[in-house]
Write a protein that binds this ligand. Structure first.
Ligand code: TRP
Length: 333
Protein backbone atom coordinates (compact mmCIF):
# COMPACT_ATOMS: atom_id res chain seq x y z
CA UNK A 1 0.00 0.00 0.00
CA UNK A 2 1.22 3.51 -0.77
CA UNK A 3 2.49 5.21 2.34
CA UNK A 4 0.25 7.96 3.71
CA UNK A 5 -2.54 7.32 1.22
CA UNK A 6 -5.74 7.99 3.15
CA UNK A 7 -7.98 4.96 3.29
CA UNK A 8 -11.21 5.05 1.32
CA UNK A 9 -14.45 4.96 3.26
CA UNK A 10 -17.03 2.17 3.29
CA UNK A 11 -20.49 2.38 4.78
CA UNK A 12 -23.15 -0.25 5.05
CA UNK A 13 -26.24 -0.91 7.13
CA UNK A 14 -28.36 -3.83 8.19
CA UNK A 15 -31.83 -3.88 9.72
CA UNK A 16 -32.24 -5.31 13.23
CA UNK A 17 -35.19 -7.45 12.28
CA UNK A 18 -34.07 -10.91 13.37
CA UNK A 19 -31.07 -13.17 13.42
CA UNK A 20 -29.07 -12.88 10.19
CA UNK A 21 -29.33 -15.68 7.69
CA UNK A 22 -26.63 -17.60 5.95
CA UNK A 23 -27.46 -15.33 2.99
CA UNK A 24 -26.70 -12.17 4.98
CA UNK A 25 -23.50 -13.79 6.23
CA UNK A 26 -22.18 -15.00 2.87
CA UNK A 27 -23.47 -12.09 0.81
CA UNK A 28 -22.66 -9.25 3.19
CA UNK A 29 -21.32 -9.50 6.71
CA UNK A 30 -18.45 -11.88 5.98
CA UNK A 31 -17.23 -9.35 3.40
CA UNK A 32 -17.72 -6.41 5.75
CA UNK A 33 -15.32 -8.12 8.14
CA UNK A 34 -12.70 -8.66 5.45
CA UNK A 35 -12.72 -4.99 4.38
CA UNK A 36 -11.75 -3.60 7.76
CA UNK A 37 -7.99 -3.40 7.13
CA UNK A 38 -8.08 -1.78 3.76
CA UNK A 39 -10.91 0.71 4.35
CA UNK A 40 -12.20 3.11 6.92
CA UNK A 41 -15.46 1.33 7.72
CA UNK A 42 -18.78 2.50 9.16
CA UNK A 43 -21.32 -0.22 9.89
CA UNK A 44 -24.76 0.70 11.17
CA UNK A 45 -27.66 -1.20 12.65
CA UNK A 46 -30.42 0.75 10.95
CA UNK A 47 -33.16 0.91 13.56
CA UNK A 48 -34.62 4.09 12.04
CA UNK A 49 -35.25 2.20 8.83
CA UNK A 50 -36.76 -0.73 10.72
CA UNK A 51 -39.70 1.31 12.06
CA UNK A 52 -41.04 1.94 8.54
CA UNK A 53 -42.92 -1.26 9.27
CA UNK A 54 -44.60 -1.68 12.65
CA UNK A 55 -42.28 -3.09 15.34
CA UNK A 56 -42.93 -4.23 18.87
CA UNK A 57 -40.77 -1.87 21.01
CA UNK A 58 -39.37 -4.59 23.27
CA UNK A 59 -38.60 -6.86 20.37
CA UNK A 60 -36.94 -4.05 18.43
CA UNK A 61 -34.73 -3.13 21.38
CA UNK A 62 -33.70 -6.72 22.03
CA UNK A 63 -33.06 -7.40 18.36
CA UNK A 64 -30.94 -4.26 17.99
CA UNK A 65 -28.72 -5.41 20.85
CA UNK A 66 -28.65 -9.00 19.60
CA UNK A 67 -27.76 -7.87 16.09
CA UNK A 68 -24.97 -5.72 17.47
CA UNK A 69 -23.47 -8.69 19.31
CA UNK A 70 -23.93 -10.81 16.20
CA UNK A 71 -21.98 -8.35 14.07
CA UNK A 72 -19.10 -8.57 16.50
CA UNK A 73 -19.40 -12.36 16.56
CA UNK A 74 -19.14 -12.32 12.75
CA UNK A 75 -15.80 -10.55 13.00
CA UNK A 76 -16.55 -6.83 12.95
CA UNK A 77 -13.90 -5.32 15.18
CA UNK A 78 -15.00 -2.23 17.13
CA UNK A 79 -11.35 -1.23 17.48
CA UNK A 80 -10.99 -1.02 13.70
CA UNK A 81 -14.42 0.06 12.48
CA UNK A 82 -17.20 2.32 13.69
CA UNK A 83 -19.91 -0.22 14.51
CA UNK A 84 -22.94 1.68 15.76
CA UNK A 85 -26.69 1.98 16.09
CA UNK A 86 -28.12 4.46 13.58
CA UNK A 87 -30.49 6.24 16.01
CA UNK A 88 -27.50 7.03 18.27
CA UNK A 89 -26.18 9.40 15.61
CA UNK A 90 -28.92 12.02 15.20
CA UNK A 91 -27.11 13.70 12.32
CA UNK A 92 -28.47 10.95 10.01
CA UNK A 93 -32.04 12.09 10.64
CA UNK A 94 -31.07 15.74 10.40
CA UNK A 95 -29.36 15.30 7.04
CA UNK A 96 -32.23 13.14 5.85
CA UNK A 97 -34.67 16.03 6.24
CA UNK A 98 -32.43 18.32 4.25
CA UNK A 99 -31.88 15.76 1.50
CA UNK A 100 -35.61 15.15 1.27
CA UNK A 101 -35.83 18.73 0.01
CA UNK A 102 -33.43 17.72 -2.78
CA UNK A 103 -35.35 14.61 -3.77
CA UNK A 104 -38.30 14.56 -6.11
CA UNK A 105 -41.63 12.92 -5.36
CA UNK A 106 -41.42 11.22 -8.76
CA UNK A 107 -38.02 9.70 -7.99
CA UNK A 108 -39.27 8.13 -4.77
CA UNK A 109 -42.42 6.89 -6.51
CA UNK A 110 -40.25 4.87 -8.89
CA UNK A 111 -38.43 2.93 -6.16
CA UNK A 112 -39.28 -0.75 -6.59
CA UNK A 113 -38.81 -1.51 -2.89
CA UNK A 114 -41.45 1.10 -2.04
CA UNK A 115 -43.83 -0.44 -4.55
CA UNK A 116 -43.20 -3.93 -3.11
CA UNK A 117 -43.46 -2.91 0.52
CA UNK A 118 -46.53 -0.75 0.03
CA UNK A 119 -48.37 -3.66 -1.52
CA UNK A 120 -47.12 -6.04 1.20
CA UNK A 121 -47.99 -3.68 4.08
CA UNK A 122 -50.99 -2.03 2.45
CA UNK A 123 -52.54 -1.26 5.86
CA UNK A 124 -49.61 1.01 6.76
CA UNK A 125 -48.21 2.91 3.77
CA UNK A 126 -46.58 5.58 5.91
CA UNK A 127 -44.46 8.51 4.77
CA UNK A 128 -41.35 6.88 6.23
CA UNK A 129 -41.75 3.93 3.90
CA UNK A 130 -41.80 6.43 1.04
CA UNK A 131 -38.81 8.52 2.19
CA UNK A 132 -36.81 5.46 3.32
CA UNK A 133 -34.29 5.86 0.46
CA UNK A 134 -33.60 9.48 1.47
CA UNK A 135 -32.56 8.36 4.94
CA UNK A 136 -30.40 5.71 3.31
CA UNK A 137 -28.80 8.41 1.15
CA UNK A 138 -28.11 10.41 4.32
CA UNK A 139 -26.48 7.34 5.94
CA UNK A 140 -24.12 7.07 3.00
CA UNK A 141 -23.42 10.71 2.13
CA UNK A 142 -22.87 11.88 5.70
CA UNK A 143 -19.64 9.81 5.84
CA UNK A 144 -18.68 10.68 2.26
CA UNK A 145 -18.53 6.95 1.65
CA UNK A 146 -16.65 5.94 -1.51
CA UNK A 147 -18.07 2.44 -1.57
CA UNK A 148 -21.27 0.86 -0.34
CA UNK A 149 -21.44 -2.93 -0.26
CA UNK A 150 -24.99 -3.73 -1.29
CA UNK A 151 -26.96 -6.53 -2.82
CA UNK A 152 -28.76 -6.16 -6.12
CA UNK A 153 -32.00 -5.22 -4.34
CA UNK A 154 -30.37 -2.05 -2.97
CA UNK A 155 -28.74 -0.80 -6.17
CA UNK A 156 -31.63 1.46 -7.04
CA UNK A 157 -31.37 3.13 -3.63
CA UNK A 158 -27.66 3.66 -4.12
CA UNK A 159 -28.24 5.21 -7.53
CA UNK A 160 -30.73 7.58 -5.95
CA UNK A 161 -28.12 8.53 -3.31
CA UNK A 162 -25.74 9.41 -6.14
CA UNK A 163 -28.41 11.47 -7.92
CA UNK A 164 -29.16 13.37 -4.73
CA UNK A 165 -25.44 14.00 -4.16
CA UNK A 166 -24.96 15.27 -7.72
CA UNK A 167 -27.95 17.57 -7.37
CA UNK A 168 -26.77 18.99 -4.07
CA UNK A 169 -23.21 19.44 -5.35
CA UNK A 170 -24.48 21.18 -8.49
CA UNK A 171 -26.48 23.70 -6.48
CA UNK A 172 -24.07 24.27 -3.59
CA UNK A 173 -20.62 23.30 -4.86
CA UNK A 174 -18.58 20.15 -4.22
CA UNK A 175 -19.87 18.73 -0.94
CA UNK A 176 -20.60 15.02 -1.11
CA UNK A 177 -18.46 12.17 -2.43
CA UNK A 178 -20.33 10.16 -5.04
CA UNK A 179 -20.74 6.64 -3.64
CA UNK A 180 -20.20 3.55 -5.75
CA UNK A 181 -21.54 0.06 -5.21
CA UNK A 182 -18.96 -2.34 -3.87
CA UNK A 183 -19.16 -5.71 -5.49
CA UNK A 184 -17.09 -8.11 -3.40
CA UNK A 185 -14.50 -10.20 -5.25
CA UNK A 186 -16.26 -13.35 -4.11
CA UNK A 187 -19.75 -12.08 -4.76
CA UNK A 188 -22.28 -14.68 -3.80
CA UNK A 189 -26.01 -14.46 -3.66
CA UNK A 190 -27.65 -17.14 -1.58
CA UNK A 191 -31.11 -18.32 -2.56
CA UNK A 192 -33.94 -19.87 -0.55
CA UNK A 193 -33.49 -23.59 0.18
CA UNK A 194 -37.14 -24.29 -0.59
CA UNK A 195 -37.56 -21.98 -3.60
CA UNK A 196 -34.15 -21.42 -5.21
CA UNK A 197 -35.52 -18.76 -7.56
CA UNK A 198 -36.08 -16.40 -4.57
CA UNK A 199 -33.44 -14.76 -2.39
CA UNK A 200 -32.87 -16.35 1.04
CA UNK A 201 -34.70 -14.07 3.46
CA UNK A 202 -35.20 -14.01 7.21
CA UNK A 203 -38.71 -12.67 6.71
CA UNK A 204 -39.74 -15.80 4.77
CA UNK A 205 -42.72 -17.53 6.40
CA UNK A 206 -41.18 -20.95 5.80
CA UNK A 207 -38.35 -21.42 8.32
CA UNK A 208 -36.93 -24.29 6.24
CA UNK A 209 -36.17 -21.83 3.45
CA UNK A 210 -33.34 -20.15 5.34
CA UNK A 211 -30.51 -21.05 7.68
CA UNK A 212 -30.07 -18.64 10.53
CA UNK A 213 -26.44 -18.10 11.50
CA UNK A 214 -27.20 -19.28 15.04
CA UNK A 215 -29.02 -22.46 14.03
CA UNK A 216 -27.55 -25.47 15.85
CA UNK A 217 -25.70 -27.97 13.61
CA UNK A 218 -28.54 -30.55 13.71
CA UNK A 219 -30.99 -27.99 12.42
CA UNK A 220 -28.60 -26.87 9.69
CA UNK A 221 -28.23 -30.50 8.60
CA UNK A 222 -31.97 -30.99 8.56
CA UNK A 223 -32.57 -27.90 6.42
CA UNK A 224 -29.93 -28.88 3.88
CA UNK A 225 -31.25 -32.43 3.66
CA UNK A 226 -34.63 -30.99 2.72
CA UNK A 227 -33.27 -28.44 0.26
CA UNK A 228 -34.98 -28.39 -3.12
CA UNK A 229 -32.82 -29.68 -5.99
CA UNK A 230 -34.00 -31.27 -9.24
CA UNK A 231 -34.64 -34.68 -10.70
CA UNK A 232 -31.48 -35.37 -12.69
CA UNK A 233 -29.17 -36.04 -9.72
CA UNK A 234 -25.93 -34.72 -11.24
CA UNK A 235 -23.93 -32.21 -9.18
CA UNK A 236 -22.96 -29.62 -11.77
CA UNK A 237 -23.37 -25.88 -12.14
CA UNK A 238 -25.69 -25.23 -15.03
CA UNK A 239 -28.50 -22.92 -16.05
CA UNK A 240 -31.86 -24.25 -14.95
CA UNK A 241 -30.41 -26.14 -11.95
CA UNK A 242 -31.17 -23.34 -9.51
CA UNK A 243 -31.31 -25.53 -6.41
CA UNK A 244 -28.03 -27.33 -7.11
CA UNK A 245 -26.32 -24.11 -8.23
CA UNK A 246 -27.31 -22.51 -4.92
CA UNK A 247 -25.96 -25.43 -2.88
CA UNK A 248 -22.74 -25.35 -4.92
CA UNK A 249 -22.33 -21.63 -4.23
CA UNK A 250 -22.80 -22.25 -0.52
CA UNK A 251 -20.51 -25.29 -0.45
CA UNK A 252 -17.89 -23.35 -2.43
CA UNK A 253 -17.89 -20.47 0.05
CA UNK A 254 -17.81 -22.80 3.05
CA UNK A 255 -14.93 -24.92 1.73
CA UNK A 256 -13.07 -22.54 -0.59
CA UNK A 257 -13.55 -25.00 -3.46
CA UNK A 258 -14.24 -24.03 -7.08
CA UNK A 259 -17.20 -25.41 -9.03
CA UNK A 260 -15.07 -27.87 -11.08
CA UNK A 261 -13.55 -29.18 -7.84
CA UNK A 262 -17.00 -29.66 -6.35
CA UNK A 263 -18.25 -31.36 -9.51
CA UNK A 264 -15.42 -33.87 -9.39
CA UNK A 265 -15.80 -34.50 -5.66
CA UNK A 266 -19.41 -35.56 -6.23
CA UNK A 267 -19.08 -37.19 -9.64
CA UNK A 268 -21.11 -40.40 -9.61
CA UNK A 269 -22.58 -39.65 -6.18
CA UNK A 270 -26.16 -38.66 -5.48
CA UNK A 271 -27.58 -35.47 -4.07
CA UNK A 272 -27.93 -37.05 -0.60
CA UNK A 273 -24.20 -37.11 -0.09
CA UNK A 274 -23.78 -33.60 -1.52
CA UNK A 275 -26.47 -32.15 0.77
CA UNK A 276 -24.96 -33.81 3.85
CA UNK A 277 -21.50 -32.48 3.03
CA UNK A 278 -22.90 -29.00 2.41
CA UNK A 279 -24.75 -29.04 5.73
CA UNK A 280 -21.61 -30.15 7.54
CA UNK A 281 -19.45 -27.51 5.88
CA UNK A 282 -21.93 -24.75 6.74
CA UNK A 283 -22.28 -25.91 10.36
CA UNK A 284 -18.50 -25.86 10.62
CA UNK A 285 -18.11 -22.43 8.96
CA UNK A 286 -20.62 -20.97 11.42
CA UNK A 287 -19.12 -22.64 14.49
CA UNK A 288 -16.87 -19.69 15.48
CA UNK A 289 -19.81 -17.29 15.05
CA UNK A 290 -22.03 -19.42 17.32
CA UNK A 291 -19.31 -19.76 19.93
CA UNK A 292 -18.34 -16.10 19.95
CA UNK A 293 -21.97 -15.04 20.11
CA UNK A 294 -22.58 -17.29 23.11
CA UNK A 295 -19.56 -15.72 24.82
CA UNK A 296 -20.59 -12.13 23.97
CA UNK A 297 -24.17 -12.65 25.13
CA UNK A 298 -22.89 -12.63 28.69
CA UNK A 299 -20.84 -9.45 28.15
CA UNK A 300 -23.57 -6.79 28.31
CA UNK A 301 -21.28 -4.04 29.62
CA UNK A 302 -18.69 -4.68 26.96
CA UNK A 303 -21.38 -4.49 24.24
CA UNK A 304 -22.63 -1.19 25.65
CA UNK A 305 -19.12 0.24 25.71
CA UNK A 306 -18.66 -0.81 22.09
CA UNK A 307 -21.84 0.74 20.72
CA UNK A 308 -21.30 3.91 22.72
CA UNK A 309 -17.78 4.31 21.39
CA UNK A 310 -18.94 3.37 17.87
CA UNK A 311 -21.59 6.10 17.92
CA UNK A 312 -19.10 8.70 19.17
CA UNK A 313 -16.67 7.84 16.44
CA UNK A 314 -19.37 7.98 13.77
CA UNK A 315 -20.93 11.16 15.17
CA UNK A 316 -17.64 13.06 14.98
CA UNK A 317 -17.52 12.54 11.21
CA UNK A 318 -21.28 12.91 10.67
CA UNK A 319 -21.49 16.13 12.68
CA UNK A 320 -18.71 17.75 10.63
CA UNK A 321 -20.50 16.93 7.36
CA UNK A 322 -23.81 18.18 8.71
CA UNK A 323 -22.26 21.47 9.76
CA UNK A 324 -20.78 22.00 6.32
CA UNK A 325 -24.19 21.29 4.77
CA UNK A 326 -25.96 23.68 7.18
CA UNK A 327 -23.50 26.38 6.24
CA UNK A 328 -23.86 25.79 2.49
CA UNK A 329 -27.64 25.90 2.50
CA UNK A 330 -27.71 29.12 4.50
CA UNK A 331 -28.54 28.01 8.03
CA UNK A 332 -27.02 30.19 10.73
CA UNK A 333 -24.18 28.09 12.14
N1 TRP B 1 -31.86 -0.57 3.00
C1 TRP B 1 -30.83 -1.50 3.38
C2 TRP B 1 -31.41 -2.91 3.39
O1 TRP B 1 -32.58 -3.08 3.66
C3 TRP B 1 -30.25 -1.17 4.73
C4 TRP B 1 -29.54 0.14 4.73
C5 TRP B 1 -29.92 1.28 5.36
C6 TRP B 1 -28.32 0.42 4.07
N2 TRP B 1 -29.01 2.28 5.15
C7 TRP B 1 -28.02 1.78 4.37
C8 TRP B 1 -27.48 -0.32 3.25
C9 TRP B 1 -26.91 2.40 3.83
C10 TRP B 1 -26.35 0.31 2.73
C11 TRP B 1 -26.08 1.66 3.02
O2 TRP B 1 -30.67 -3.84 3.15
Amino acid sequence: MVFNMPKKTILSGIQPTGVFTLGNYIGAIRNWASMQEEYDCFYAIVDLHAITVRQDPNVLRRQSLDCYALLLACGLDPAKSAVFIQSHVPAHSQLSWILSCYTQFGELSRMTQFKDKSSRYSENINAGLFTYPVLQAADILIYNAHYVPVGADQKQHLELARDIAVRFNTVHGETFTLPEPYIPKEGAKVMSLTDPTAKMSKSDDNANSYVSILDPPEMIMKKFKRAVTDSDSVVCYKEGKDGVNNLMTIYGVATGMTNPQIESEFAGKGYGDFKTKTGEAVAEMLRPVREEYARLSAEKDYIRDCYTAGAERAAAVAQATLREVYDKIGFVV
